[in-house]
Ligand binder design. Structure first.
Ligand code: PLP
Ligand code: SF4
Length: 322
């Protein structure tokens, strides 16, 4: 397969969904974007395996539970100008676009992300960068989206360079799925476009050890060579990584790829994602099992987004030292 799958037709012809599911999946696809890259499709071994489950739409997405919310992390009230989210004093998000290489079925921004949405116009980008320039308390600019590595190297390099040139910006961070979902986008031109004068942290979103393919490993090695510090973030997902063995394999795969596990997120209650929910007590028990069994380097902080935009809260587990 050489092209990204973006339609129900293409999912069915690739054998990723049964013909009988077509009417329901058509409805899902009208509401939420679909994309399965060739790199991801190549990793799928069976329907509903831990890779397919993350990316292939499912009729269950049509059911919204009463507790699910369109903006579960409450970005909207913390948006001083379009494309910026400022929740913590010393750091702020810049969302230059809302397109991603793949569309995760559990995405907390699923009501907003999509292939044709959200690229800031040049004037909007200027206004967003101007906000960073006149907000000296902000030391860290975090590019997210959407996926900032979907931008052309020229455009991405331009905005990172403008941020790095601000004296109060001490570090740049990018949150991305590209190295695992579309490793071919990590080109020499992209690596060359990254600033060298300020630290660049790249936080890679991956949820299963198999996402670290040979091509993904090469893309991550190239970013490392370009001077980037690599971090990992994952979401605890039923049927994907909700066992001690799956988490152990995931965090070990990250370390082999020079990626330090940073956060394990509790699922945010976005609409139609209930099939991925894992109770917090179960998450704590899984991490407790891993403590001591894996290197301390493999240990992420397990966090949940507090209600109403109160920020990420560590969930433990905690120990008594006796
Ligand atoms: C998650 C998030 C950050 C980054 O938080 P860290 O704990 O530093 O990783 C920053 N701003 C907003 C609005 C966020 O949601
Ligand atoms: S890559 Fe991130 S923002 Fe994009 S669909 Fe997946 S979880 Fe959402």
């Amino acid at each position: 397969m050489t092209r990204t799958i973006t339609t129900v037709d293409a999912l069915i012809s690739a054998g990723l969904a049964p013909e009988a599911a077509r009417p329901a999946l058509d409805q899902v696809a009208q509401r939420y974007a679909v994309a399965v890259t060739p790199a991801v499709a190549a990793l799928i071994q069976a329907p509903d395996d831990p890779i397919a489950r993350q990316y292939v739409p499912d009729a269950a997405e049509l059911l919204t539970q009463p507790w699910e919310q369109d903006d579960p992390t409450a970005d909207a009230p913390f948006t001083p100008v379009k494309g910026v989210v400022h929740r913590y004093p010393d750091r702020a998000l810049l969302k230059p676009l809302l397109a991603c290489p793949v569309y995760c079925r559990f995405c907390f921004r699923r009501e907003h992300v999509g292939p044709d949405g959200g690229l800031l116009s040049p004037a909007e980008l200027d206004a967003a960068l101007d906000w960073f320039a006149r907000t000296p308390a902000v030391r860290e600019a975090i590019l997210t989206g959407g996926d900032p590595l979907m931008l052309s190297p020229r455009r991405l390099g331009g905005m990172l360079g403008r941020l790095a040139a601000m004296p109060h910006i001490e570090l740049l961070r990018l949150h991305t799925r590209v190295p695992v979902a579309a490793p071919g986008l990590v080109t020499a031109a992209l690596c060359a476009a990254l600033p060298r004068d300020k630290p660049v942290y790249v936080c890679v979103h991956a949820n299963h050890a198999r996402e670290f393919s040979a091509d993904a490993m090469a893309a991550l090695a190239a970013l490392h060579q370009a001077g980037v510090v690599l971090l990992g973030q994952s979401v605890l997902l039923a049927g994907v990584n909700d066992s001690a063995a799956a988490l152990e394999d995931l965090f070990r795969a990250m370390l082999r790829a020079r990626v330090k596990p940073y956060y394990l997120h509790q699922l945010d209650p976005a609409p139609g994602t209930a099939r991925f929910a894992v109770p917090v007590e179960r998450g704590r028990a899984l991490l407790r099992e891993l403590r001591g069994r894996v290197s301390g380097l493999a240990w992420p902080t397990y966090v949940q987004e507090g209600p109403g935009g109160t920020g990420k809260k560590p969930l433990g587990p905690a120990w008594e030292v006796t």
